[in-house]
Design a protein around this ligand. Structure first.
Ligand code: FPP
Length: 226
């Protein structure tokens, strides 16, 4: 969800105003995904590296999360959204930690859309914590064991990763899980990402040929036999 800061700066507003608009865009995107039958939506809201931003922006993002938890969770729970927060929690303010845990409990029985919010998350953090858990359990460091210990083990690998804001990199997002994801880079700033952008992304995804290491001929033959 990149581009909140630029969205605000272009309007001579503080960066936090962009993050607030970003939250509106996230709410809109969740609803659109439910309408379109998307089963899992995973968003990057705060990275392991974002602690290095100016103190007022970091505390503003923490406060925005605390407010969002209070204001948004009852509605999300009613709509059938199951929330998971993915990332290192111990460094977060106590109020946020409690809110995350309560939101997960309040939505645990839902199954219309799984919404993973990556918060204080990094792809490298996830790989390291998974490897540490596998080693601590005395298991072999195999792909299967690491995969099962990842913080996102409860969902399949992503089909499509969309980065808004025009940058062409993953910035430590879903490094393990992105192995065969289709990547889509949009110039749209996240607060402006709307239904037309989501539909264009889904249409572009539908045009891609996913081969998972096989040849095009194999994929076509497999599709014909189904
Ligand atoms: C990246 O844009 C965005 C973030 C670091 C924060 C994302 C947060 C939200 C979308 C709001 C939802 C938040 C919560 C707490 C649920 P940027 O600030 O790097 O933008 P820039 O590249 O234009 O500066």
């Amino acid at each position: 969800m990149d581009g909140n800061g630029r969205w605000a700066t272009r309007r001579f507003l503080p960066r936090l105003a962009g993050h607030k608009k970003g939250l509106d865009a996230l709410r809109r995107c969740v609803r659109l995904c439910m309408e379109r039958g998307v089963a899992v939506l995973t968003v990057f809201a705060f990275s392991s590296e974002n602690w290095g931003r100016p103190q007022d922006e970091v505390s503003g993002l923490m406060a925005l999360m605390a407010t969002a938890l209070t204001r948004e969770v009852p509605e999300l729970a009613r709509e059938g959204v199951r929330l998971h927060f993915v990332g290192e929690r111990e460094s977060l303010p106590a109020k946020v930690q409690t809110g995350l845990a309560q939101a997960e409990v309040a939505t645990a029985a839902n199954d219309r859309l799984v919404l993973n919010i990556c918060f204080n998350y990094g792809g490298r953090w996830d790989m390291a914590q998974a490897a540490a858990r596998v080693a601590a359990a005395g298991q072999a460091l195999t792909e299967e064991n690491i995969n099962a210990a990842m913080a996102l083990a409860h969902v399949p690998d992503p089909d499509l990763i969309i980065r808004t804001g025009g940058e062409l990199r993953l910035s430590n997002f879903l490094l393990w899980q992105a192995a065969y994801a289709e990547l889509l880079f949009s110039d749209r700033l996240w607060p402006d990402f709307d239904a037309a952008d989501l539909d264009a992304a889904i249409a572009e995804f539908a045009r891609r040929e996913r081969r998972f290491g096989q040849t095009s001929a194999q994929v076509s033959a497999q599709a014909a036999s189904e």
